[in-house]
Design a protein around this ligand. Structure first.
Ligand code: 0PR
Length: 402
């Protein structure tokens, strides 16, 4: 995409410019970008990378796990960290494994690719709340969706999922944190259905993967989502979201790595005779950067941050209520959504005041994602600008009283 403007284009060579001119241009471009550090982005699931992770990007700049023989050190580091993730997500003692991907889009496409080949199925049973990466996967892989409705809290309806699973099913998909609401599907029940039907369950934990394991035990035990459940065959997690790693950092894990043999190809001119997955050459400096972020924080650091984000989410729910907004659900994760009939109006209003918030469609509403860059001190200003916006675009049911 090169923008909407129609411009006369004449063929020509690539211009050379002085380092000074280049630097000026790059600084100007970057100054136009939003900065997570400003604490005004509430519409993204990405965040400022942990400071310890940033400095490892340049030293690992040329690392390429598409050709691991040339970076055996990075390859070993990658295996070491994948092993730690398998421990965190209750991978079985033998046979489990996975690989790095660019993010949950690639993870979701790859998981469905693996399970289509493994089962020969032609349909995928997935909730209507699934991220649009699944629409891409279905189209690319020639698979048909069997959409499952969600309840008022945005969670997949178990009975309806059961009805749609059949001999044609290549995979059942569940979300450990939906994009719009942060809703966690009833994965324990879905895993049991999958197991009984002999269908693989793929869990997209892009949103919840770095939150759910770090919630207080009472909440955590109520929301199992990982390989602890025998029906779960694959798991997508995104260190580049709440893992506080730089982009692109995603991980795809399988209960039985041997099941992924069909997405391996012969790669005779590379250092490794077999290559697995979708990408060839891949940016792998983020493996090192993820290693740095994960070990700077450890479970204890992620736990503290999870607690803080949930506290901020709770504050926002209470303040929203006081402004006449109705939360769509009581959030379990870091996503707060309020019903609103004109989310685009509020979104534009907030944007004019320098805030990035999202409009959601299902149901229509405004959404705030509390991420590590959220600054507690700025939240009252967010609330005040929201209050002014709501006077202009009143929430449902509030207009009569005003
Ligand atoms: N699965 C879920 C549940 C997701 O939320 C996302 C991304 C993905 C998969 C895909 O991950 P990658 O983009 O890393 O491949 N979620 C949002 C997205 O569509 C993040 C988001 C959402 C950003 C709303 C901005 C926004 O306004 O990029």
């Amino acid at each position: 995409m090169t923008g909407g403007r129609v411009r006369q284009r004449t063929p020509g060579p690539l211009r050379k410019a002085s380092p000074l001119r280049v630097a000026q241009r790059l600084r100007r471009a970057r100054a136009e970008d939003w900065d997570f550090g400003g604490g005004r982005i509430f519409g993204s699931l990405c965040t400022e990378p942990h400071p310890e992770s940033r400095r490892w990007l340049l030293p690992f700049l040329t690392a390429n796990l598409g050709n691991p023989g040339l970076c055996p050190g990075t390859a070993r580091l990658s295996e070491e960290l994948l092993e730690e993730f398998l421990r965190l997500y209750h991978g079985p003692p033998t046979g489990a494994g996975g690989w790095w991907v660019s993010g949950a889009t690639e993870a979701n496409v790859t998981a469905l690719w693996v399970f289509r080949n493994l089962t020969g199925g032609s349909e995928v049973v997935l909730p209507v709340s699934a991220h649009f990466s699944f629409a891409k996967a279905l189209d690319l892989l020639g698979l048909r969706p069997r959409w499952v409705p969600v309840d008022g809290a945005g969670r997949m309806e178990t009975e309806k999922a059961r009805d749609r699973v059949s001999r044609r099913t290549a995979a059942l998909v569940a979300l450990a944190g939906s994009t719009e609401l942060g809703a966690v599907d009833p994965i324990e029940d879905l895993a049991a259905i999958a197991l009984r039907a002999g269908v693989p369950l793929h869990v997209d934990a892009a949103v919840g993967g770095f939150l759910l394991p770090f919630l207080p035990a009472r909440t955590r035990d109520r929301l199992p989502f990982d390989f602890r459940l025998p029906g779960v065959r694959s798991l997508a997690v995104d260190p580049h979201k709440l893992g506080q790693a730089p982009i692109p950092s995603g991980v795809l894990l399988f209960r039985r790595l041997a099941e992924t043999a069909s997405v391996e190809v012969a790669s005779p001119y590379l250092s490794d005779p077999r290559a697995r997955g979708l990408l060839g050459t891949r940016f792998s400096a983020t493996v090192a950067a993820t290693y740095a972020a994960v070990h700077a924080l450890g479970s204890e650091g992620y736990r503290r941050e999870a607690q803080r984000l949930r506290r901020l989410a709770g504050w926002l729910v209470r303040e929203g209520r006081r402004l006449g907004l109705e939360p769509v659900t009581d959030p379990v994760l870091n996503v707060v959504a309020f019903h609103h009939e004109n989310p685009a109006g509020i979104q534009a209003w907030m944007l004019q005041r320098g805030w990035d918030v999202s409009a959601i469609e299902r149901p229509p509403g405004i959404r705030f994602v509390l991420m590590p860059h959220a600054r507690e001190g700025l939240l009252p200003r967010l609330r005040d600008d929201l209050a002014a916006g709501l006077r202009r675009f009143p929430p449902p049911g509030a207009a009569a009283g005003r």
